[in-house]
Design a protein around this ligand. Sequence first.
Ligand SMILES: CC/C=C/CC(=O)SCCNC(=O)CCNC(=O)[C@H](O)C(C)(C)COP(=O)(O)OP(=O)(O)OC[C@H]1O[C@@H](n2cnc3c(N)ncnc32)[C@H](O)[C@@H]1OP(=O)(O)O
Length: 721
Amino acid sequence: MFHAQIPFDRIPHQFKSGLLCRSSQSEKDGLKKADADPSVKAVMICGENGKFSAGADIRGFSSPKRHGVALSPIVSLIESSEKPVVAAIEGVALGGGLEVALGCHYRVAHAKARMGLPEVTIGLLPGAEGTQRLPRLIGVPAALDMITTGKHIPATEALKLGLVDEIVEENTIEAAIRLANKVIGQPLEPRRLSLKPVPKLPNMEAFLREALVKVKRQARGCLAPELCVQAVRAATERPFAEGVRRERELFGLLLSSGQAQALQYAFFAERAVRRWAAPGGASWSSAAPQPVRKAAVIGLGTMGRGIVTSLVKANIPVVALEQDLEYLNKGRKAVMLLLEREAMKMEGGAQTLDFHNPARLQFTVDFDLLCDVDLVIEAVFENMALKKEIFHKLSKICKPGALLCTNTSALNIDEIASATNRPQQVIGTHFFSPAHVMRLLEIIYGRHTSPTAIATAMQLAKALKKVGVVVGNCFGFVGNRMMFPYVQQAVFLLEEGSRPEAVDQVLEDFGFKIGPFRMSDLAGLDVGWRSRKEQGLTGPSLAAGTPARQRHGQRYSPLPDLLCEQGRFGQKTGKGWYQYERAGGRTATPDPWLHDFLSQYRDTHGIQSRFIDQEEILERCLFSLINEGFAILAEGIASGPEHLDVIYINGYGWPKHRGGPMFYASTVGLPRVLAKLQKYSEAHPDVPGLRPNAFLKKLVAVRSPPLKEWMSYLSHQSPKL
Ligand SMILES: CC/C=C/CC(=O)SCCNC(=O)CCNC(=O)[C@H](O)C(C)(C)COP(=O)(O)OP(=O)(O)OC[C@H]1O[C@@H](n2cnc3c(N)ncnc32)[C@H](O)[C@@H]1OP(=O)(O)O
């Protein structure tokens, strides 16, 4: 028996899985030697440290030295071996790692192992013949599902699909050796996947056509899933060698598409934001989190319900509190419904979640029951006075070490903290709706927030399977602050001659899940209206004589206020920027009433309507958002552009294959972004959001360095960091 270990490059930090080495000579030599040595009867391939392989080093794909796919010859060599080769899969077998296993004649996996071809998630396709071998092994529907989603499947599922031959609870390597000994001398031809036909489907053509439509719909504008379908189609239509040629061609297209680079940037950005930094030098490397053994949620509106669901799913016991029994019962029903739905999606169902057990989930109107929780998340509506009242109460009732979180999308964390006797334990946790689904958790530190509080909130994000991003305290924090100029431009474009459906179409074609007007109808126009009234921008507190389209000397559009005055709050009232089939309906159709209303509005205010092309729509919306991003970086509200990008991808539906707004700016070119902002700003001098930010100007002046160097060009790090 010859044991070949896939050469492993150890990844720094805690990561113990192996990555495939790009130099392939050593394993080629090993395999050749084993084949030539008559004393070797079989070969077993395993990983190191309990991990088979996480695939190729993703950083290598953007390296200029990279030429073609070097793994295919090794996989072919394994498959063509005259001696049985068995893969012993422990930990993970991903990407190129799984492709190596597919070249083996047999596969044994540990019960806890996970397998997948995640290349699609980094903008590629399995380029070492995986798109040709997998459909031959497990059939087109299952292979297509794995290849186009990139999902990791557990060993139990892999066994059901026929991806592995055996799963074991204990020593995988010994089991693989046992299997290898058993199959010595048996014919290998039937085990060579390249020689097998792809299992036929009665309706293969229709199936592939539908699969293409599905991936195009799901991943608007993202190339990789579409090309994955094309590669699998090649497996169904061509002999193996031709299919491989097609796979290689498609892989090359993706590698040079720009989307792969954006998605790979997003992969590392998501990991980089875990290394947070905050005022006074506190950071992820020095601060330790406190354990959260029990939590409480205050307020069971839409956000509170989702947060409770999230905590229960993370196995954290929860006390859910409402102001009175009527609200409590309503909230309880809604939470139970959400949890039942979630349980149905999980293996093990309701038993796994255990939400009927009052020790795991308790509903109450009694604040005193919060006395022993480790963490409270207040999720009442956005009203400073109410939040302060609650935090004042919490600081009296909760145990000394308890962390006090406020779920707010814009309010001042310091002001909320001032109502307590422990501002160091107050932190903002901005969840996104629906809170049990959306991955983003914006974590906002105030002036007094302690490093332990930040570390605990980050740990909570991890437990909830969310991406936590630590940011500073300012109105709207990062996500909403960048959103304001974007939405503002969208509304200004309507004033000047555009229509909601035209603006939405441009941004949806760019890749956003929904455009700004559909989004506003979904969220409810009344939310922003209430906030504008509180800010004195509209409503009874607006000073008499204020010009209709100006506030504090800047351009202002009263259009959203006028719609709200007509009771048009969006989907909930059946009318907003669009019309819907009924109140609560979800199908938006352009509304002739709104078009007439816009014409009358322009007449009233003497605005000459003009045709606005797609380029202007896109640039004014996106570049104003990006411009605000530069202001946020310059002020030290976020520690790097990756933070802004991760927030936008995970919380605002920014297309991941465009890498986030700041990455996108770097691909468009900072000089172009600056020039366009200058042009639009000259045309609209009363719109500060279009005035190029000084940091953007500085970066252009120093010849637009790569994104990872931007922060070093800030002359001084903000005192916030
Ligand atoms: C030439 C043949 C072509 C082959 C195609 C391929 O193989 S493409 C690569 C396919 N593989 C992947 O896409 C796997 C990506 N990685 C993961 O899904 C996960 O990292 C994991 C392996 C499931 C482990 O998850 P876990 O949560 O335990 O750890 P992290 O995600 O936090 O990762 C720890 C650190 O390791 C770095 N890292 C992980 N995978 C890779 C990789 N393939 N290439 C380079 N670096 C990788 C990750 O960035 C983390 O680094 P830090 O410095 O600690 O942030």
